[in-house]
Design a binder for this molecule. Structure first.
Ligand SMILES: [Zn+2]
Length: 223
């Protein structure tokens, strides 16, 4: 654990978290509906998430700061930190939106592909970048098969997120890719059993899969 990098990451994560909560406020709406506006004036909310003198959306600043601090400590000073910090902030937004409305908007997942490839490419490590692309194709492919086999379980939003996470996990290596991919299912099963036992859900409910994919990837990246 690199304390200085963790502190720097936390400091950078606070303003990133302020933007993240604004994005969650805007995009946590059912598919096809316009972005959520300001509850006071009804106007359009900018990406800073502020309108009518207050910050909108869930309080994500400290949570985002903790995620970025963890990643900054893990990649202390290494050139791929930018890509992983970006994915950490994006992951916070995606997890919150998925929990709220059970979808992972294309507007968040699709632009992540060129951003992550560009940030990883800036490191100049072409062997790792090639493995990252293969990892994205592999994990995205597995989820695509699952989405075709069980349309009600895994959705196309999950497939697009899997491709992005596959890039990051593949960059680190094949063991990380397998671990991160498998952890999502282990976590889903574990949480599902607990919620079933507590009668919070029934066997007919489908849990949003995105948060489990994201937490699984974060654990595989940092452990
Ligand atoms: Zn307003």
């Amino acid at each position: 654990m690199d304390v200085e990098w963790a502190v720097s990451g936390a400091i950078a994560g606070l303003p990133a978290g302020a933007v993240a909560r604004g994005v969650v406020h805007r995009l946590a709406v059912p598919a096809g509906e316009p972005d959520r506006g300001c509850p006071v004036c009804g106007g359009r909310v900018g990406w800073t998430g502020r309108c009518c003198g207050r910050a909108l959306g869930p309080r994500l600043e400290w949570f985002t700061a903790a995620v970025v601090a963890l990643l900054a400590a893990r990649f202390a000073g290494r050139p791929e930190l930018a890509a992983f910090a970006f994915l950490g902030v994006l992951g916070v937004v995606l997890a919150l939106v998925d929990v709220a409305v059970e979808r992972l908007p294309d507007r968040l997942t699709l632009p992540a592909y060129p951003v992550v490839v560009a940030l990883l490419g800036m490191t100049g490590d072409w062997a790792a970048l090639g493995r990252a692309v293969l990892g994205g194709v592999a994990l995205g492919g597995v989820y695509l098969v699952l989405a075709v086999l069980r349309p009600g379980g895994v959705g196309m939003g999950d497939v697009k997120l899997a491709g992005v996470l596959g890039l990051a996990l593949g960059w680190l290596g094949w063991p990380e890719l397998v671990l991160g991919g498998a952890l999502a299912f282990v976590l889903l099963a574990g949480v599902g059993v607990v919620l079933l036992a507590a009668r919070r859900i029934t066997t007919r409910d489908a849990l949003a899969f995105g948060p489990f994919m994201l937490v699984g990837a974060l654990v595989a990246v940092t452990v």
